[in-house]
Design a protein around this ligand. Structure first.
Ligand code: UFG
Length: 347
């Protein structure tokens, strides 16, 4: 048994959410002590028991709206011994952000600002940011490297990620002690092998994988495939799907890089993807094979804002972080399916 006092403490905002909860598990498994800050606006408190079931440890949990600066400040005042912050807390529904942009700018940017200001004030100088491949917009050159031009994202949600990265850039230039890593995710799917944690979209899912699994269990009548007239092999858009557990492991590596002072620049940016692109129809095919059932789907018109092709160059993460996604598409789809079946059993 490792002495609790030797553990380094990490604050994880949004730690009850999809990527956050998997990262909390990976941090605990790597002997970190975790304090979760979450307002539970898009997550469930039961995730704490599930994390405990997987790891044997229940993380500390503080329910807080990060828009409330005085509370956030207070939390950091009482947690000055925190070694780093991983900031997941944000709204993430692309289409909702188009309809309600101010809600997204307010939540995602106030939360970020309040977290950064409070941690800086208390000398907590390590920060990992949950960014997105959406900052590349419709990239003309593939695979997408970190050198690719950042474009104005189509959605206000995406724009909050771009603005956040700019804020971090300004912050590190102004403070020689502050270090940050921005991780640009491609398309996270999958769930923990235990089937105990996974993605829990509220309402109708926007994203492909939860829509597929919810259709298969009968919650949704039919999956709409948004367009088969793109310039791709089968006409449907291609994305770089990455297993959420691989993603979680990358966060642990990034935290260790900061804590061990291994970063080469004060703000580093890494793509997190597999480097392999799959089309929507390929995903459906793999799902049908794994579940052993036909999926009800229909080809319909294109969805606003979708780009034809997006996949990562993974070289920089490999070279600098020594990280590479290990899990295959079949693992991702199988774990998503297992998770969907498990949550429906619980209800
Ligand atoms: N798709 C469908 N039917 C659906 C849902 C999705 O055909 O019901 C298709 C989309 O058209 C797209 C592909 O499945 O071609 C993947 O769509 P997702 O919504 O799962 O993922 P996106 O690539 O659109 O979105 C992801 C992240 C966002 C991020 C965006 C841009 O989920 O957070 O990439 O990088 F902003």
């Amino acid at each position: 048994m490792i002495d609790k006092k030797t553990k380094q403490k990490i604050i994880v905002t949004g730690g009850c959410g999809y990527i956050g909860s998997h990262t909390v598990v990976a941090l605990i498994e790597n002997n970190f002590e975790v304090v979760i800050l979450d307002d539970l606006s898009n997550s469930n408190i039961t995730v704490l028991d599930r994390i405990e079931k997987i790891t044997g440890i229940k993380p500390t949990f503080i329910e807080v709206d990060l828009k409330d600066i005085s509370r956030v400040e207070n939390i950091f005042r009482y947690n000055k011994d925190v070694a780093a912050v991983i900031h997941f807390a944000a709204y993430k529904a692309v289409s909702e952000s188009v309809k309600e942009p101010l809600k997204y700018y307010q939540n995602n940017l106030y939360s970020l600002m309040n977290t950064l200001m409070s941690q800086q004030k208390h000398g907590i100088n390590n920060f990992i940011f949950s960014s997105s491949a959406t900052v590349y917009g419709n990239s003309k050159t593939l695979p997408i490297t970190e050198e690719n031009e950042v474009q104005r994202p189509f959605s206000p949600y995406g724009n909050t990620k771009k603005i956040a990265e700019e804020i971090l850039d300004d912050l590190v230039k102004s403070d020689p002690n502050f270090s940050a890593i921005s991780l640009r995710y491609f398309n996270p799917i999958g769930a923990h092998d235990s089937g105990l944690i996974g993605e829990l979209p509220s309402g109708v899912p926007n994203n492909l994988m939860p829509y597929i699994t919810q259709t298969a269990v009968g919650i949704r009548a039919k999956l709409m495939v948004y367009g088969n007239d793109y310039p791709t092999k089968d006409g449907t858009p291609i994305r770089d799907y990455i297993h959420v557990v691989d993603l979680a492991e990358a966060h642990v590596i990034a935290v260790k890089r900061l804590l061990n002072n291994k970063q080469e620049e004060q703000l580093e940016t890494f793509n997190l993807g597999t480097g392999i692109g799959y089309s929507v129809l390929e995903i459906i095919k793999v799902f049908e094979k794994i579940s052993g059932s036909k999926l009800n789907y229909e080809i319909t018109g294109r969805r606003d804002g979708d780009v034809p092709l997006l996949f990562a160059s993974t070289n920089l993460a490999k070279e600098k972080l020594g990280w590479q996604a290990k899990r295959k598409l079949e693992d991702m789809v199988l774990s998503s399916w297992k998770w969907e079946q498990n949550i429906r059993k619980v209800k």
